[in-house]
Design a protein around this ligand. Structure first.
Ligand code: DQA
Length: 143
């Protein structure tokens, strides 16, 4: 099964970005971790990152058309982007909303997500291990 892991704004700066919140794993490390975890689980995982909302919307359309499940860390868009929500709402396969940090222990504006009520499930606060957890769940719940 193909799986898309889509990371939104500022996640390309993992490793140097606020390491006390997001850890020291770089985005390149994260790509390797996801692809290798996918191989162990029999999944074909592709990881993408963008700082451009329109590009993310396009990738979600692509996933919707292909019927591919998505692990989505929409970063700050999580909290306000109706465009990303509307694109994600078109997915027919599972959508996992993921956050590296526990957004509920952080600033009030991070407590609200425009994605959670359309997501199959939400993972937050497990660091980059959350990506492994999401892939493991997808591998065990293939349509
Ligand atoms: C994040 C949490 C968001 O609030 C933040 O804007 C991010 C990353 C996380 O992975 O913890 O960019 O989605």
């Amino acid at each position: 099964m193909n799986v898309l892991v889509l990371n939104g704004p500022n996640l390309g700066r993992l490793g140097t970005r606020e390491p006390s919140v997001y850890g020291s794993t770089t985005h390149d490390d994260l790509v390797r971790l996801c692809v290798e975890t996918g191989k162990e689980l029999g999944l074909d995982v592709e990881v993408r990152q963008t700082d451009h909302e329109g590009e993310m919307v396009g990738w979600l359309h692509e996933a919707a058309d292909a019927g591919v499940p998505v692990v989505l860390n929409a970063g700050a868009w999580t909290h306000y982007s109706i465009a990303v929500r509307d694109a994600a709402a078109q997915l027919s396969a599972p959508l996992i909303e993921l956050h590296i940090s526990n957004v509920h222990r952080r600033e009030e504006f991070r407590h609200h997500s425009v994605l959670s009520d359309i997501a199959t499930g939400v993972l937050a606060g497990f660091g980059v291990d959350g990506y492994r957890l999401a892939l493991r769940w997808l591998a065990g719940n293939q349509g």
